[in-house]
Design a binder for this molecule. Structure first.
Ligand SMILES: [Zn+2]
Length: 619
């Protein structure tokens, strides 16, 4: 009885406990339902939502989406338009992408921003392909700038001068004899002065060639006006330097150009370190609309303690998401066109030359090891196969000496390479930083470049596909002002390796073409990796900075040969709209709150092909 009673008591107790358990469960469920419902209806409203888009995120876990929510300059959610609607509040700005393709902001991994920006106001020779055309541009500039003491500019190419492949002062003397003229080649590796400029620089038959440079002379030993590599500095140093205000004005124009083309970050490969304070001034006044990663430019013969101190100071001062130091750029060699790129074997068109290293290899390796030990990222310009090998050797030795494994050292350009060195990029974790438009197969590439390296080495011209296939990481850029700042012709060339006229058939070294997805990645997430910020940039995913662009055409649905015509409709950096095209505004694309100050911008002719930078110069 007692047993049965106790059994029944226990049973009752059990059943009480059970029902209590159920009640608690139900209560909890109900509560969680309330919490869920509350969460769904009351997502903290976002500052901005981008809806109605075809978002290609470059996030492998969620490659496509329709909408993005942004708060505090960062992406908070990515999903369908319905999901992101939950982030709309009374004060939320709505960007209706009207079905357009949205991509992460593009990064230019190799740029000379100050130089390019200043060049926007100089003579632009990129479209001048004959001596007469160059003369016309120079005369026009001289007339429209009567007070400029010097005439400076950039963009001439080697094939303009026929077999000589180098310019002559007489062509400039014939049109402007009384004012000094200094014009750089499109690649910045050679320059051209008139007699007045040579005279002002004091260059005579007796002037010796500088280290790493050559004053080209005629049969009588007189300077022809063509100056290779560092010889250009003999004249350039007499060109009056722009004032601080002039530089700021130029930078404002450059930043606008960059945003117009969809760039939200650049990696400066020289010429900007000295002006970090100008970028800082623009940031403080709210005018910096492109994130800047700035390398110190290290010249041979060696890395000095004074330089280390400067680089360390810059890293200490600038290390946030807008301006950062901590990188070092150096150059091992020159360029193929003027036989200054360092080759393992002599040039095909001239067996007496194989280029020259700017650095003593041992001193370069010492510098690399020291910088790597300090965790400073190194960008080495290496164009000849010998220079590329030397850089890889140095990086390998530095990693083993310092026991580092994620330094991400970079090689810039890599125009030629020994087959044996291709897999070393992946194996050593070296970033391959290419500028796809450098491989644009125009006259310069096919007739001068390819002739100089010869057919065997030309098979390994700009091997972005081979490096990718062997596990190496790619980062793309322009080298502005060497070619246009506009990345879209570069995207097209990465896929086609053909001119705008579709030449050559099938593409130049077509096995090195890569896919659209991989090309976009090299300008976004790959670029972020190359700049060591892939955790916070490079793709459209929650937690990352809200840097994104809306483009005019769906790259995934058009012919690759039409990609260069892409226009950027809207550029957003850190959640703020910094550029809207005239077409976007005309189509009613202004943000719904209307609070955004938009820059009305005429849609210029689509920039197609190589020779189109600074198309607005002179405006
Ligand atoms: Zn460069």
């Amino acid at each position: 009885m007692a047993i049965s009673l106790s059994k029944s008591v226990v049973g009752r107790l059990r059943s009480v406990r059970f029902s209590l358990f159920i009640s608690i469960c139900v209560a909890l469920l109900a509560l969680s339902g309330v919490v869920l419902a509350w969460a769904e209806s009351a997502n903290t409203p976002a500052d901005t939502v981008v809806v109605n888009a075809r978002v290609y995120t470059v996030n492998a876990k969620q490659p496509w989406a329709e909408a993005v929510a942004i708060s505090g300059g960062k992406i908070v959610a990515v999903g369908s338009t319905r999901e992101i609607d939950a982030y709309r509040g009374a004060g939320t700005k709505v960007v209706d992408a009207k079905g357009h393709l949205v991509l992460p902001g593009f990064v230019d991994c190799h740029i000379h921003f100050m130089e390019g920006s200043l060049g926007l106001a100089e003579v632009d020779l990129n479209d001048a392909k004959t001596v007469e055309a160059i003369q016309k541009k120079v005369v026009e500039y001289a007339k429209s700038h009567p007070k400029e003491p010097w005439i400076t500019g950039m963009g001439w190419t080697y094939p303009t001068f026929g077999a000589a492949a180098l310019p002559d002062k007489k062509y400039l003397d014939a049109v402007v004899p009384d004012r000094p003229i200094y014009l750089e080649a499109f690649d910045g590796h050679s320059s051209w002065a008139n007699s007045k400029a040579l005279e002002m620089a004091g260059i005579t038959r007796q002037t010796p060639d500088p280290p790493n440079g050559k004053i080209v002379r005629d049969a009588n030993g007189e300077a022809t006006g063509a100056l290779k590599e560092a010889a250009g500095d003999l004249v350039r140093k007499f060109v009056p330097q722009p004032s601080r205000e002039e530089r700021l004005t130029a930078l404002r124009a450059g930043l606008h150009e960059a945003n117009k083309f969809g760039l939200t970050r650049v990696h400066s490969a020289g010429g900007d370190f000295e002006y970090l304070d100008l970028y800082d001034q623009l940031r403080k006044s709210g005018e910096l609309t492109v994130r800047m990663y700035v390398a110190y430019f290290l010249d041979p013969p060696q890395l000095t303690p004074g330089e280390i101190a400067k680089i360390e100071q810059a890293r200490k001062t600038y290390h946030d998401e807008w301006i950062s130091g901590g990188a070092v750029k150096t150059m091992l060699d020159g360029v193929v066109e003027s036989h200054t790129a360092a080759m393992l074997a002599p040039y095909s068109d001239d067996a007496s030359v194989s280029g020259k290293m700017f650095w003593d290899a041992a001193k370069y390796k010492q510098a690399v090891t020291e910088l790597d030990r300090r965790g400073l990222q190194i960008f080495t310009h290496a164009i000849g196969d010998k220079a590329v090998r030397t850089a890889l050797d140095a990086y390998e030795e530095a990693a083993s000496a310092n026991h580092t494994n994620d330094s991400r050292p970079r090689i810039e350009h890599i125009e030629t390479i020994s087959a044996a060195d291709i897999p070393r990029f992946g194996r050593l974790g070296v970033i391959a930083s290419f500028q796809p438009l450098h491989a644009y197969p125009d006259d310069d590439t096919l007739n001068v470049w390819a002739r100089n390296v010869g057919p065997e080495r030309a098979k390994r011209a700009w091997v972005w596909r081979s490096i990718e296939n062997s596990g190496g990481k790619l980062a793309f850029g322009s080298d502005w002002p060497v070619v246009t700042l506009n990345p879209w012709p570069g995207v097209q060339n990465a896929l086609t390796r053909q001119t705008r006229d579709g030449e050559p058939a099938g593409g130049f070294v077509p096995n090195e073409r890569i896919s659209l997805e991989d090309t976009i990645e090299a300008y976004t997430l790959g670029a972020a990796f190359a700049g060591r910020v892939e955790k916070s940039e490079g793709s459209i995913e929650p937690g990352k900075l809200a840097d994104l662009i809306v483009v005019s055409q769906d790259l995934f649905k058009i012919e690759p040969s039409d990609i260069a015509k892409t226009e950027v409709l809207l550029t957003m950096v850190g959640g703020k709209v910094v550029y809207q095209s005239a077409a976007w505004n005309a189509a009613g694309g202004k943000t719904a709150s209307g609070a955004e100050s938009s820059v009305a911008e005429p849609l210029g002719a689509a920039t197609v092909g190589l020779a189109k930078n600074r198309e607005e110069a002179g405006q």
